[in-house]
Design a protein around this ligand. Structure first.
Ligand code: 5AD
Ligand code: SF4
Length: 483
């Protein structure tokens, strides 16, 4: 406790503020004589979605009801800054929120997430968007209740951006979209500094959670009915390596208490009630033979790997600081497929990196033809201020990039449409997720390979794993029948 009687240690401190908020908002609700509502909009990756579940968990406990309409008492934008256009979009949305706030002056607008870690964004918001109430970053998501409390007490714009994680606070409420599957953070941040990428600057250095903490969290989740977990990290394959970051240099230090990612996976698989485990994202340079072995020999591990290649030309890969070559990537894929022939491989590919020639782009197409990805997420290179690539010569003209992008998209779509057909007629275990949105007689679920299948069944199967034959391929999904 500090001198005001407020707990200093987490998570007690946040539970203290959650209770305080409960009281403060209870009074506001009584005055308005209606339910208070919130709307959380999430941009970007799985990590952000997972963070949003924590924000929602806190607001639920305080006593708000969730809705999708932005005409809410609290509106939170959890932002992404991987690509530049996201920034412009956010400012557009803020204009709309300003209008809504004119009709509901008590509305509290919060911004958080990666974009807030950029100083120029904070400057813009301070100068032009004074009606935004609470602003925080990626390292203090868990402090929502404390920051709301400060805003209620001061009525001022509250800004708290930390440069790095002082601590990780994971044992707070969490609202899961599905009761039977959940994301679990195993590490935060990234040390790779791919030259185009802003993530290491906004998410900070790699920090692994302790194995015991992770296992404990998963056990608690399975006790509450979770069957599938997705282990989350920017680069899960380097889990457990303990780094120190001094004078701009990353130094690996030995720490006997840490284990490797494959070791962690094996321990996770031993949790009796857990039926499936996935993970995201893998960096090709760190994907070890041990991981392939553990994946191949463990039935609980979903046979799906998201392995971003980014580009096919070794010259471009070098300029991107990816630390592998085209040949290395292709050999890795071969090794993975030899161990797990049925595995689903997905990837991220970027076009228009500075200096990319038509020949370089052909190398990307060549990798696409050779690997035959099950799915590829394609991106146009976006110049991010502060990254080494933004200062490189030979930024590529927009029309050239667009043309390459279209050609790439055509190839990846044709190939993935063909690839998925190889599962036709096969029986797969499917985790049933929901009633089909278009046809309520159908259920929708996913195989371990992350393939969507719709099949006739009773809604009591939601949350169960059932065996389904994948009968008819309909492009990106299947119509099947329960066996
Ligand atoms: N421009 C375009 N795409 C990017 N990505 C990361 N940074 C950029 C950028 N500056 C893509 C990468 C990454 C995915 C999450 O986003 O392909 O794997
Ligand atoms: Fe960005 Fe590269 Fe780290 Fe992925 S591995 S988050 S692309 S720096």
């Amino acid at each position: 406790m500090d001198t005001n009687g407020i707990p200093v240690m987490e998570p007690d401190r946040q539970y203290y503020f959650i209770n305080l908020c409960k009281e403060q908002f209870f009074d506001i609700r009584a005055k308005k004589n209606r339910e208070l509502t919130y709307c959380v909009t999430t941009f970007g990756c799985q990590m952000n979605s997972h963070d949003s579940e924590k924000l929602k968990g806190i607001l639920d406990v305080i006593g708000f009801s969730e809705q999708e309409d932005e005409k809410s008492d609290i509106v939170i934008y959890n932002t992404c800054t991987v690509r530049e256009n996201a920034n412009q979009k956010l400012y557009g949305h803020l204009g709309h929120l300003k209008n809504l706030k004119q009709n509901n002056p008590d509305m509290i607008i919060c911004l958080c997430g990666c974009m807030m870690q950029e100083p120029h964004v904070i400057e813009t918001i301070k100068q032009k968007y004074g009606f935004v109430d609470v602003i925080f970053g990626t390292h203090n998501i868990y402090k929502l209740a404390e920051l709301l409390n400060t805003h209620l007490n001061t009525k001022k714009q509250v800004i708290e951006i930390l440069e790095k994680s002082e601590q990780t606070v994971e044992s707070l409420p969490q609202k899961r979209k599905y009761s039977f599957k959940s994301g679990v953070n195993i590490m935060f941040g990234c040390n790779n500094f791919c030259t185009y990428c802003i993530v290491p600057y906004v998410r900070g250095r790699e920090k692994s959670r302790k194995p015991d903490e992770i296992l404990d969290e998963i056990k608690k989740l399975t006790d509450r009915g979770v069957k599938e977990v997705m282990l989350l990290g920017q680069n899960v394959n380097s889990y457990g390596k303990v780094f120190d970051y001094t004078d701009g240099k990353i130094v690996q230090i030995d720490d006997d208490s840490q284990i490797t990612f494959p070791e962690l996976l094996e321990m996770v698989c031993q949790i009796p009630k857990l039926e499936r485990v996935r993970f995201m994202t893998s960096h090709p340079k760190d994907l070890s033979d041990e991981l392939i072995e553990v994946m191949a020999t463990n039935d609980k591990i979903c046979k799906h790997l998201h392995l971003p290649v980014q580009a096919g030309s070794s010259v471009i890969l070098n300029k991107m600081n990816r630390r592998y070559t085209k040949e290395h990537y292709l050999a890795l894929v071969e090794k993975i497929r030899a161990a797990m022939p049925d595995i689903s491989l997905t990837t991220d590919i970027m076009v228009g990196f500075p200096g990319e020639t038509e020949e370089d782009f052909q190398e990307t197409l060549d990798v696409v033809e050779k690997v035959k990805f099950d799915q590829a997420f394609t991106f146009i290179y976006s110049k991010r201020t502060g990254t080494p690539a933004s200062a490189m010569d030979n930024q590529i003209a927009a029309d050239v990039v667009k043309d390459r992008f279209n050609r790439l998209l055509e190839r990846v779509n044709t190939i993935s449409n063909n690839q998925i057909k190889r599962y036709e007629g096969k029986c797969k275990d499917v985790l049933v997720e929901e009633i089909n949105h278009q046809d309520s007689r159908l259920l929708t679920g996913r195989t371990g390979e992350n393939i969507t299948v719709h099949f006739k069944g009773d809604q009591s199967l939601i949350g169960q794993i059932v065996n389904v034959r994948l009968d008819t391929c309909k492009g990106f999904y299947f119509i099947g029948e329960q066996i």
